[in-house]
Write a protein that binds this ligand. Structure first.
Ligand code: HEM
Length: 129
């Protein structure tokens, strides 16, 4: 069984992406990066959802839609310093907590997801300043 299936599949990843982007919508530092008040956060939420689904062994819709992830390259357009990383992870932590409280994600998988997200966020940092 894939982690995708073990945590409840699409429903869970949709909840993570939706909750995460609700956090972005009220983040004064990150929201401008995502296009400010004109941002199409629903489209961005869908990209993140499909990427995470694919990464964890679910359907490969992300690739279909966006091609190879190339995440480091795709993030070069944004200034990702320690503060941006911490803010991103704070919204993701909250999103993950919501799925745990909803009984969708068991502690073992929660730890695995979180470990990956923390490392991925570190790998996408591209500036100290
Ligand atoms: C470290 C802090 C991070 C910041 C500030 C950040 C910021 C952004 C921004 C501004 C976008 C463009 C929004 C859009 O899709 O229109 C984006 C896209 C994206 N981010 Fe991040 N991101 C971060 C970390 C991560 C991490 C850790 C992952 C994966 C685990 C991730 C996955 C993605 C994906 C899949 C997209 C869409 C790529 C595409 O298909 O164009 N991001 N990010």
């Amino acid at each position: 069984m894939t982690l995708y299936e073990a945590v409840g599949g699409r429903e869970t990843f949709a909840l993570i992406a939706q909750t995460f982007y609700e956090g972005i919508a009220s983040d004064e530092v990150l929201l401008p990066m995502y296009g400010g008040n004109d941002a199409d956060l629903n489209a961005a939420a869908q990209r993140l959802q499909l990427f995470l689904e694919q990464y964890w062994g679910g359907p490969r819709d992300y690739e279909e839609l966006r091609g190879h992830p190339r995440l480091r390259m795709r993030h070069m357009a944004y200034k990702i310093d320690r503060d941006a990383r911490e803010r991103w992870l704070k919204h993701m932590r909250n999103a993950l907590d919501v799925t745990v409280k909803a009984g969708l994600v068991a502690p073992l998988y929660e730890a695995e997801l979180w470990d990956y997200l923390e490392r991925a966020a570190t790998s996408l940092m591209n500036t100290n300043g």
